[in-house]
Design a protein around this ligand. Structure first.
Ligand code: SF4
Length: 167
């Protein structure tokens, strides 16, 4: 399946625990003021690749603990990411996702039904838009202090966002 990406980092250590393959999807409708990656906003920009090509990269790195979905806005390209994430979970890897949507907005379907399906497959969600005036270098895994590091299975079971322990 086709997927439009801004880029891939094969061995990230800053987008979640352990060594991770991070997929930066292309296209984002949030337009957060002060966004550090404005080149990822255009849904026709970036590079067209395939889910098969990305899975081949994942299989080429035996050191991966998991993958991270970032952007752009990954939940606005949910269909190909669902395919990738299902295959990744079958390989025993974990899945983190960054989104400009809040957990509650995704659950309510603000990004569409496929985004809900993608959320259900994720282990951890770092939610909310980057906010320039809340920018921080000290909050682990987050760019601004409004963002939350959410345990997705626990949150879906509880019906509201549950922070990862220690966050
Ligand atoms: S959600 Fe992320 S990529 Fe999109 S505008 Fe906000 S900070 Fe930039």
């Amino acid at each position: 399946m086709d997927i439009r990406i801004a880029g891939i980092v094969n061995d990230s250590i800053v987008d979640g625990p352990g060594i991770r393959l991070t997929i930066f999807t292309q296209g984002c409708s949030h337009k957060c003021p002060g966004c550090q990656n404005p080149q990822t906003h255009d849904f026709n920009g970036g590079e067209l690749t395939t889910t098969e090509a990305i899975l081949a990269k994942i299989d080429g790195n035996p050191l991966l603990k998991g993958i991270t979905l970032s952007g752009g806005e990954p939940f606005e390209q949910a269909a190909p990411l669902i395919e990738i994430v299902k295959a990744v979970k079958a390989r025993g890897l974990d899945v983190w996702a960054y989104s400009g949507y809040l957990f509650d907005e995704l659950v309510e379907g603000k990004a569409g039904p496929l985004a809900i399906e993608l959320l259900k497959l994720c282990d951890v969600l770092v939610d909310g838009p980057f906010m320039q005036d809340l920018k921080t270098f000290s909050a682990k895994w987050r760019g601004s202090s409004n963002q939350r590091v959410i345990d997705v299975p626990a949150s879906l079971a509880a019906g509201s966002a549950v922070d990862m322990p220690g966050m």
